[in-house]
Design a protein. Structure first.
Length: 147
């Protein structure tokens, strides 16, 4: 009986989820706050690190607010790991994957665990809807080596 009720709820939820996905896809990108730029405080390009390591994210010309909080001239950080910006569809909300880390709580630093080897990192600052600004606010891509 409980399983049937659960199955019915899942089936009834599918149209709502599809509509949400479509609404997310239709979000227009907005201009970033004037002068906004994002950068790594640490690590820096070429650093050797041990895992886990702390990523400290810097921001100029804008403020940080949690995802879902619509405040003027704010957004939140994302970290692209081993993923080039060209491979990101900036017209869609950023998916949650091992290559796209979200800091929707408004974090400006985080512990990151990566396996040994060379890794590229790039910050992407997005608006409260997880939508990229147009043009995107991104850091330089850096390379770290996890020992």
């Amino acid at each position: 009986m409980h399983r049937q009720v659960l199955n019915i709820l899942i089936i009834l939820s599918i149209p709502a989820l599809l509509t949400l996905g479509t609404a997310q896809a239709d979000l227009g990108r907005i201009a970033p706050p004037e002068g906004a730029s994002v950068y790594f405080i640490s690590p820096t390009d070429g650093d050797a690190v041990t895992s886990p390591f702390t990523v400290r994210m810097g921001l100029k010309g804008a403020g940080v607010a949690p995802a879902g909080v619509d405040r003027p001239n704010t957004g939140h950080h994302h970290l692209l790991v081993n993923k080039d910006l060209d491979a990101v569809n900036l017209d869609m909300p950023l998916p949650f994957t091992d290559h796209t880390l979200h800091f929707g709580g408004g974090q400006t630093e985080a512990e990151v665990s990566l396996p040994p080897g060379r890794h590229t990192l790039q910050l992407l600052f997005m608006d409260y809807r997880h939508a990229s600004f147009d043009p995107p606010v991104v850091s330089e891509q850096i390379t770290v080596t996890v020992e």
